[in-house]
Design a protein. Sequence first.
Length: 141
Amino acid sequence: MSFPQKSALTMTAILVVVFGFYFALVLGPVAGTPAPARDFAFTALLILAGAVVVVLAAATHIVLAIVFRREVDAHDERDRLIDLRSTRVAAYILAAGVFGGIGLAMVQADGFWIAQALIAALVVAEIADGLTKLTLYRRGV
């Protein structure tokens, strides 16, 4: 397993776990509260989730870089091609999610739901990026 593959696996797992908890809380108990409290709660949870992702990503990549120090700078053409393909898939998903958010804004949905749609689009696009990388590395593309 190459270093970029380990990195993709780590980041995908972090995003799934952290934002799984985020959406479980926000779409569960937080969604039923009145608007001002709901907006404050989801904003605080989003900032907390972002901070947790940054800390976990930094810590796990430091550990990976220490443990696999010989592989850190070993990138080849295959790594670049896989990165380009996975980024393209993620861009399509992100664009579709943004259009969904724009659609919610056009029908004048509550700002809470527009924000959640846009956050979900970003998270799903990043998870798809990681899963696409892992799939392409497994296939040997």
